[in-house]
Design a protein around this ligand. Structure first.
Ligand SMILES: [Zn+2]
Length: 356
């Protein structure tokens, strides 16, 4: 791990504060918006077009974020018009202000994958109704206590309150497209795992990757299973996407949505892959007998659970558990009380061979 870590070099040791911007490459400005979460910031990128600007991602809809955007509009973005807003993906910290920004810029195109725009629309719609019986069953079936089940609704509504109205139309991005903005051509890399159709942008000519959340510099992107798709295997999608990033040059400049821009793409991809491999092994070890996922989460993410991040820990644990099930290393069973249990496969070697 030490040698891989040594291969990661941050472009700056600090980050833009408040309304500051740092120039990352010719025509690319970096701004950093505050988030009211444990993960306390998101990076946004302002790219200089010949006649204006392209904005990538927005932050959450909060007064702090709006104030920074107002200052950016009065400052660097004041020269020339806004040409488009691009979304890496539809999570609240990336598109929370998308409708507001598109309006503010005079109705410019909103560039997004279809899946991410739709997923964000569904989240807005979903937060308007009470927690369904199915969601309650999902949470209690995986071993959440009644207080955790009860907190779901308020947490979901609080998060979704920072997801403002989305633009009502998109310019659709698809995997493999080439899109031009900021005076550069960018190849679109659509990948799953962290989100359904997350877009990253690769500029071969200048060796720059706008990575979004797919490749982060210090933390590992959240890979979770949520009530809407209980048997999803997002970790397989995520791990399956990593070779596509490793196929890019090792010395690419990587612009992640959280943390610091860096060089060392291959080393970082290797770290992210081995991080999940270790976690999978830890999880398999915890399945010494069939257990509910929340119990496994307490073993795997002890601190996060103690610090009140129980549902996030559950989502991550389920991603790893479903991955083990998909590879024949674990089995998913329904206990006599209706709870979902995960245990080691009775004959993992045979199943593993079958899976290969
Ligand atoms: Zn994010």
């Amino acid at each position: 791990m030490t040698s891989a870590a040594a291969e990661i070099r941050y472009l700056h040791e600090s980050y833009p504060k408040g309304v500051e911007t740092f120039q990352i490459a010719p025509g690319i400005l970096w701004a950093r918006l505050p988030l009211p979460f444990r993960l306390n910031h998101v990076n946004v990128w302002l790219l200089r077009d010949a006649d204006g600007w392209t904005i990538i991602d927005t932050g959450c809809d909060t007064a702090d974020a709006r104030a920074i955007w107002e200052a950016l509009f009065a400052g660097p973005l004041g020269e020339g018009r806004i040409n488009r807003l691009v979304a890496t993906h539809g999570h609240v910290d990336h598109v929370g202000l998308s409708g507001w920004l598109v309006d503010k810029a005079g109705g410019v195109p909103f560039v997004s994958t279809l899946g991410e725009w739709m997923a964000a629309q569904i989240r807005i719609w979903d937060a308007r109704s009470a927690t369904s019986k199915e969601v309650e069953k999902f949470l209690s079936g995986h071993g959440c206590d009644p207080a955790t089940v009860a907190s779901y609704d308020a947490d979901r509504k609080r998060t979704q309150s920072m997801l403002g109205a989305l633009p009502s139309s998109i310019t659709r991005l698809r995997d493999g497209d080439t899109i031009r903005f900021g005076e550069r051509d960018w190849k679109v890399i659509v990948a799953g795992g962290h989100a359904v159709e997350h877009a990253s942008f690769w500029c071969a000519e200048d060796n720059i990757l706008i990575a979004g959340d797919q490749i982060l510099s210090r933390i590992s992107p959240m890979i979770g299973v949520f009530p809407a798709i209980p048997e999803a295997d997002p970790l397989a999608e995520y791990l399956g996407s990593l070779p596509r990033f490793k196929a890019l040059p090792a010395d690419a400049l990587v612009l992640p949505s959280h943390g610091l821009p860096f060089h060392g793409l291959h080393a970082r991809v290797d770290q992210l892959a081995s991080h999940h491999e270790l976690r999978l092994d830890d999880l398999a070890r915890l399945m010494d007998k069939p257990r509910v996922a929340m119990e496994l989460a307490r073993g795997l993410f002890t601190r996060a659970v103690e610090e009140g991040q129980g549902r996030a820990a559950l989502a991550e644990t389920l991603a790893h558990a479903n991955y083990l099930v998909g590879r024949g290393r674990a089995e998913r069973m329904i206990g006599s009380d209706g709870r979902v249990l995960y245990g080691r496969a009775s004959n993992p070697d045979r199943d593993l061979m079958a899976a290969d």
